[in-house]
Ligand binder design. Structure first.
Ligand SMILES: NC(=O)c1ccc[n+]([C@@H]2O[C@H](COP(=O)([O-])OP(=O)(O)OC[C@H]3O[C@@H](n4cnc5c(N)ncnc54)[C@H](O)[C@@H]3O)[C@@H](O)[C@H]2O)c1
Length: 242
């Protein structure tokens, strides 16, 4: 089955890589876009060796002109998965405007550029999935990240309204703690504190997110838009389960 082209940003690592693999298994021709050339080349080659239709492009998604050019080269997209993002921890009173700018540049502005450019060329039935974070509900030690992901949820809802008349559905996934290289930005004490808040007592796996993306990007999914699906082992319930 050929489901058309899917673009997965930040697809060379972590949950992006799991999403690339899953969408290729589902029948999409998948393009992973990442700024890490070495990883993108290696991981896409490994997936092609498994017989999957995966290619890669190297791009820094904070470069607006390069990002627009990438999407124009690939239109029409059947699915756009806005997964690339950055995360770092900093105490509330140490965060400066540069931290906010860096977080918003990739976690929000790149998504807006990609969405706008992709939607212009999308046919009815196309899907956009944004990887937000459970942290948008509120979290300590990364206000810049929390604010950027809350903005992404707002953008998801706005884009869903704007694009519904074109038959394009836009949703977000809010992952909880997921076992990816991004977690290396947490100290071991902070990681333990985060795990203590998990009702399920463990971090999720990248494939847990890939499963949800697969559902939201599927051709037969045609009546859900503007929603946020929490894939967080129950963390958003607000207690540890104790
Ligand atoms: N891991 C978690 O616990 C967790 C939880 C909630 C949300 N998220 C979100 O999930 C998404 C994926 O995170 P991950 O954990 O897989 O992280 P990761 O660091 O393993 O992967 C992120 C990928 O994005 C790429 N990237 C970052 N900035 C880029 C840029 N400017 N241009 C091109 N590529 C860029 C990186 O090179 C990397 O390959 C992010 O948006 C993150 O905020 C992660």
């Amino acid at each position: 089955m050929n489901l058309g082209t899917a673009l997965v940003t930040g697809g060379a690592s972590g949950m992006g890589l799991a999403i690339v693999e899953r969408l290729a298994q589902d029948g999409f021709h998948v393009v992973m876009a990442d700024r890490n050339a070495e990883l993108a080349e290696r991981e896409s080659r490994a997936l092609r060796q498994l017989g999957l239709a995966v290619e890669y492009r190297v791009v820094d998604l904070t470069d607006e002109a390069a990002t627009r050019a990438l999407v124009r080269e690939l239109v029409p997209l059947s699915a756009l998965i806005n997964n690339a993002g950055v995360f770092d921890e900093r105490k509330f009173f140490d965060v400066d405007s540069g931290d906010y700018r860096r977080a918003f540049e990739i976690n929000l502005l790149a998504v807006a550029t990609l969405t706008q450019e992709a939607a212009l060329g999308m046919a009815p039935g196309a899907k956009i999935v944004n990887i937000a974070s459970r942290a948008y509900l509120g979290a300590k030690n990364h206000p810049h990240y929390v604010a950027s992901k809350a903005a992404l949820v707002g953008y998801t809802r706005a884009a869903a309204m704007e694009l519904a008349p074109r038959g394009i559905l836009v949703n977000a996934i809010a992952p909880g703690l997921i076992d990816t290289p991004l977690l290396r930005n947490l100290t071991s004490e902070r990681l333990a504190a985060q795990l203590a808040l998990q009702p399920t007592g463990r971090a999720g796996q990248p494939r847990d997110i890939a499963n949800a993306v697969s559902f939201l990007a599927a051709p037969h999914m045609d009546f859900i838009t503007g929603q946020v699906i929490f894939v967080d082992g129950g963390k958003s319930l607000g207690g540890s389960g104790a």
